[in-house]
Design a protein around this ligand. Structure first.
Ligand code: 5AD
Ligand code: SF4
Ligand code: FES
Length: 369
């Protein structure tokens, strides 16, 4: 059948900001290819331009420790993986990375690490947050991505200067959640959900996301994920393809996976669909995309994403923060990425929102209600 782009655009218009999106349509579009994919992604890109302009915001990412107390079945730095050299970047090196981001006008930083909730860790993060605010004259925005914590800890970190929090639900389907995590106190789906509610309640710009192309995952699961993010009224999203890692339990199921290229295409379709459903959220172009396609992040920026997280972790540690195989820029230093990224973003027809926090517009609209 001849491809009819006008008919598809009419359908996409029905999804645009919809309160009752058509699940069958979304399910079909997850596998969009060829002309259909081009129409979907350019429609999403137009919506992004209309609501958020042609800006892409930087978040200088510091992966400051790969010590983790959890055992997620997909992740290369899970506690059970003995083949990882564990590190903690010392405070001075973290602050140097932060200064680098500040001096290069990145606007914001992200602090990410394996999940720990011991007192020493919580205190350390708290003090780092205060110092970052201080050394940047309050100019840097701070996002943290440090897993599930108690309400009190979330609150304390918020008061010390973090204003955005990323905590992926990984999969909104509880059954699937327990196929990719151990089923125990430390990996409870309910706790993950409660943590997201707590973050929102405290006043964080709250981010979540899922992996795409997991073993056992169906397209219906992904449609439910889109609905989950919309119903939760999330402010920020980071979604990326699942990439197998040989030192993890899920590696046993590698033969059941879609080809990486298909996971990649489906991720772009997810990004576009969510942009159409939620026009003013912040959406990151996940680094994992670039592990599959050298132009992966740029393609996501043209499919509806508006945030990118350049790694500013000192180069010597980068090889040990491998959640998945083939992670890009692990041989680079932060300064190598600066001009590379600016050029790459220019190619997408966007500008870098230098020196701005680039907060989620959705968050402010949600708060006004
Ligand atoms: N492939 C892709 N993404 C992964 N993450 C962890 N392991 C993998 C993997 N093998 C993602 C998870 C987590 C984020 C920090 O990294 O979604 O939330
Ligand atoms: Fe730890 Fe996060 Fe990896 Fe799970 S995904 S093992 S919590 S670093
Ligand atoms: Fe890191 Fe290009 S973005 S070298």
């Amino acid at each position: 059948m001849e491809f009819n782009s006008e008919a598809l655009k009419a359908q996409l218009n029905n999804l645009y900001g919809s309160d009752n999106p058509d699940n069958q349509l979304m399910r079909a579009l997850l596998s969009a290819k060829g002309d259909e994919a081009v129409t979907l992604r350019s429609f999403a890109n137009d919506i992004k331009q209309k609501h958020l302009g042609n800006y892409v915001y930087f978040r200088g990412l510091t992966e400051f420790s790969n010590k983790c107390s959890k055992n997620c079945y997909y992740c290369g730095i899970r506690a059970g993986n003995k083949n990882v050299e564990r590190y903690d970047v010392n405070d001075e090196d973290i602050l140097d990375a932060v200064r680098f981001a500040h001096e290069h006008n990145y606007g914001s930083v992200v602090l990410q690490a394996g999940e720990r909730s011991d007192k020493a860790f919580i205190d350390r993060v708290d003090s780092l947050l205060k110092i970052i605010k201080q050394i940047s004259n309050n100019e840097l925005g701070i996002t943290i991505s440090l897993g599930e914590q108690s309400y009190e800890t979330f609150q304390r970190w918020f008061e010390s200067g973090a204003h955005r929090y990323l905590l992926r639900i990984e999969s909104s389907n509880k059954d699937l959640y327990y196929k990719i995590h151990p089923q125990n106190e430390k990996h409870s789906y309910e706790k993950r959900l409660q943590a997201l509610h707590d973050l929102k309640d405290i006043g964080y710009q709250t981010g979540t996301g899922v992996m795409i192309g997991l073993p056992f995952q169906t397209r219906d699961d992904l449609v439910s994920d889109l609905n989950f993010m919309r119903n939760f009224d999330i402010d920020m999203v980071g979604m990326g393809p699942y990439i197998e890692h040989k030192d993890t339990p899920l590696y046993d199921y590698r033969d059941q996976l879609m080809p990486q290229k298909d996971r990649f295409e489906m991720t772009l379709n997810m990004i576009s669909l969510l942009r159409i459903l939620m026009p003013n959220i912040n959406m990151a172009s996940a680094t994992a995309l670039q592990a599959i396609d050298p132009m992966g992040r740029e393609k996501a920026l043209k499919a509806g994403a508006n945030v990118i997280m350049p790694n500013v972790t000192p180069g010597m540690y980068r090889n040990d923060y491998k959640l998945y195989e083939n992670k890009p820029c692990t041989d680079e230093e932060a300064s190598d990425c600066v001009s590379c990224l600016e050029m790459r973003i220019g190619l997408t027809g966007n500008k870098v929102g230098y020196g701005e926090w680039g907060d989620s517009k959705h968050y402010y609209n949600r708060r006004k209600k």
